[in-house]
Design a protein around this ligand. Structure first.
Ligand code: NAP
Length: 424
């Protein structure tokens, strides 16, 4: 096999961009031997060309103008590692228009404009647009969904896809840290509001379930209301609290109807997702034929993410030299079922007056609002008396009506934020 040189233009030399260059240096010989592809980095764009870098890159190859990289006659393929929506969208569109394959790790861009970019890659000179690193860093999730599970009637994909929030919840659970302490110890850009996970959920929905979903269509709740007490109570009842991105097929087989949400959930300690600790990520997949499977690993970090980017670069390079693009069909918008129309089991904590009859009254309110109780425990006494309920599956509307009625009872002093229970 004759060797073929493929010249890369890299946009962004931050955490991932620099890790990618280091990996290309380390793996160059192996890649050449196994694929015949001679990868070289000919140009790179950064915001500040004078900033010191950990990798060697010739000063003449660096520019602050991303478009110069994209349009350079010395660049065959563009690797976008800047992040954000603009100017990256303009760069990616221009590269695709020129027929240059694009590899990106940019979740914001794909979650907002994925379907348009898929179409742009398929139009004109069909070319590859690959983004393995965008959802779960080093975990090969996109290929699993898009290729290995192409024939699978996927039912649900649930992921711990934000390492920072999982780290915070693990600190609270394993070391008794308060939310404030765990937050202070974590990266201050922690995506505790759930929006990072929501962008990833939108991409999982679009790639895995066949209809496009944007991040603005994802129902999101973050973890900032979770207390160390919630985590302790959950653990003593046999659950861990995890921030989950959940995409599920709803409606009839063959319909493009999905539910896509991100929220904290109580997961049974026996469920594989409950044992995913610290900043690790994992994605649990349920299919009609394959059953259950889980992918676990590093969802972020320079080298894990760089590894996934390099895998894409090699695939796109092999396609480029053989004139074959990574084909991806255009996707129509999915129908997204609102959270309010879903059913879940719930955990509800109710602070009550500690006297006979109160439990029966409170339980009666659940029943009269169509919410059936699976288990109940009483904790504390006197001023600290609490009833902890786990319900069977109920509609979000019925649960909301239950909470409204409970709040009107004189003997109910406070109601905790309900948590959905997932994974029985
Ligand atoms: N870090 C991770 O663990 C991880 C994991 C998965 C996915 N990703 C994704 O990978 C992408 C890169 O992340 P990162 O962590 O490497 O980011 P980063 O460390 O902030 O690096 C961003 C790079 O882009 C450059 N840049 C910013 N604006 C630019 C512009 N207008 N034109 C040209 N270059 C520009 C910066 O230049 P200067 O260096 O001069 O400031 C920097 O080199 C993002 O989309 C991110 O979501 C990251």
């Amino acid at each position: 096999m004759a060797n073929s040189q493929v010249r890369l233009g890299i946009l962004g030399l931050g955490t991932v961009g620099q890790a990618l260059i280091a990996l290309i240096d380390e793996q160059h010989g192996t890649i050449l031997e196994r694929t015949g592809i001679d990868l070289i980095v000919t140009k790179a764009a950064v915001r500040d060309v004078n900033k010191p870098r950990e990798v060697d890159i010739a000063a003449g190859s660096l520019t602050a103008d991303g478009m110069e990289v994209v349009e350079s006659e010395y660049v065959d393929m563009v690797v976008e590692l800047v992040g954000g929506i603009e100017p990256t969208k303009t760069y990616v569109e221009r590269a695709l228009e020129l027929g240059k394959p694009v590899v990106t790790a940019n979740k914001e861009l794909l979650a907002a404009h994925g379907a348009e970019l898929f179409t742009a890659a398929a139009d004109g000179i069909e070319t590859s647009l690959l983004f393995e690193a965008a959802v779960a860093g080093g975990i090969p999730l996109m290929r699993a969904l898009e290729q290995s599970l192409r024939g699978e009637p996927l039912q649900r994909v649930m992921g711990i896809v934000n390492g920072t929030t999982n780290y915070i919840l693990s600190q609270m659970s394993d070391h008794g840290a308060s939310y404030a302490d765990a937050l202070a110890e974590a990266d201050p850009t922690a995506d505790v509001d759930g929006h990072d996970a929501a962008a990833k959920a939108a991409i999982i929905a679009t790639v895995g379930f066949g209809g496009s979903v944007t991040s603005s269509q994802v129902a999101v709740e973050g973890i900032s209301n979770i207390t160390a007490d919630d985590i302790g109570a959950a653990r003593s009842m046999g659950y861990a609290i995890k921030l989950l991105a959940i995409v599920e097929h709803v409606g009839q087989p063959g319909d493009l109807e999905v539910a896509v949400r991100v929220h904290p959930a109580m997961v049974p300690l026996t469920h594989p997702l409950a044992s995913v600790r610290d900043s690790f990520n994992a994605v649990f997949i349920e299919g009609g034929a394959v059953g259950e499977l889980m992918l676990y690993g590093r969802g972020a970090g320079g080298r894990p993410t760089g590894s996934a980017v390099l895998g894409d670069v090699i695939e796109a390079a092999v396609g480029f030299v053989s004139g074959r693009a990574h084909a991806r069909p255009s996707v129509a918008p999915a129908q997204v079922r609102p959270l309010a129309d879903l059913r879940s089991a719930f955990y509800v904590e109710v602070k009550v007056t500690d006297q006979p009859g109160v439990l029966a009254t409170v339980a009666g309110v659940f029943g009269s609002n169509n919410v059936s109780i699976k288990s109940m425990e009483q904790r504390g006494s006197d001023a600290d008396a609490r009833l902890l309920f786990i319900t069977h599956e109920a509609s979000e509307g019925d649960l909301a009506a239950t909470l409204t009625k409970l709040a009107e009872l004189e003997d109910v002093h406070d109601i905790g934020i309900p948590l959905r229970v997932i994974g029985h």
